[in-house]
Design a protein around this ligand. Structure first.
Ligand SMILES: Cc1cc2nc3c(=O)[nH]c(=O)nc-3n(C[C@H](O)[C@H](O)[C@H](O)COP(=O)(O)O)c2cc1C
Length: 188
């Protein structure tokens, strides 16, 4: 079983990516592959159904990779920073490039990080999007704040809050339980 963790921060080395790495480690402890697709490192072009723009080959390749990995994924984690009280436009643009066929009846975990007042509202907004894509947003979600992270000597951020570390384990366990039990397999 393999999952795709899509991170929609504008910043390379974001807090959300640090959380994604923490979760990836837990998935792997359960022998579940979880690949991180960080949209800051691998940007894609804006959705353009008229073909008026001229995206670079790099962007086109990134999009192709995102789409094929999404199609193959057994589950998703969607990660977003809090931007203006909601999820990022970067993540929304990525989701606009995907379809119900990618998400239908697949478990989806939601994670986010705020730099100001900590908020789970971006995740509530994402929950609606996931429902529209026919995915199953699992009940446990993770909404952190910048202060829940610390930096290694090389500047890499890591999750440094024991409560969120525990919650992350429960979050991963819950997604795995949904994947293993596949309650809606027959509806795919
Ligand atoms: C366009 C933009 C809008 C933002 N709006 C909010 C906001 O409404 N509330 C908040 O708490 N932080 C806001 N922030 C701050 C981010 O949440 C903060 O930079 C956070 O560290 C981002 O997480 P990341 O490192 O995972 O990208 C905003 C940042 C940007 C760039």
């Amino acid at each position: 079983m393999k999952g795709l963790i899509i991170v929609g921060s504008a910043k390379i080395g974001s807090h959300t990516t640090a959380l994604a790495h923490f979760l990836k480690g837990h998935f792997e402890e359960h022998d579940f592959e979880a690949e991180i697709f960080d949209l800051a490192e691998r940007p894609i072009h804006q959705l353009d159904v008229s073909g008026a723009s001229n995206p670079s080959e790099d962007y086109k390749q990134n999009l192709q990779d995102l789409q094929s990995k999404a199609r193959e994924a057994d589950f998703f984690v969607l990660g977003t920073p809090n931007y203006h009280g909601s999820y990022s436009g970067i993540l929304k643009n990525a989701l606009d490039h995907l379809t119900m066929d990618d998400f239908k009846m697949k478990p989806v975990g939601l994670i986010g990080n705020s730099g100001g007042i900590v908020s789970s509202e971006p995740l509530s907004h994402l929950r609606l999007i996931v429902r529209t894509l026919l995915g199953i947003a699992v009940p446990t979600q993770i909404a952190t704040h910048d202060t829940d992270y610390n930096k290694l000597d090389n500047g890499t951020l890591y999750l440094d809050n024991s409560e969120f570390q525990l919650r992350s384990k429960l979050f991963v366990d819950q997604i795995i339980s949904f994947v293993k039990n596949s309650p809606y397999e027959h509806l795919k």
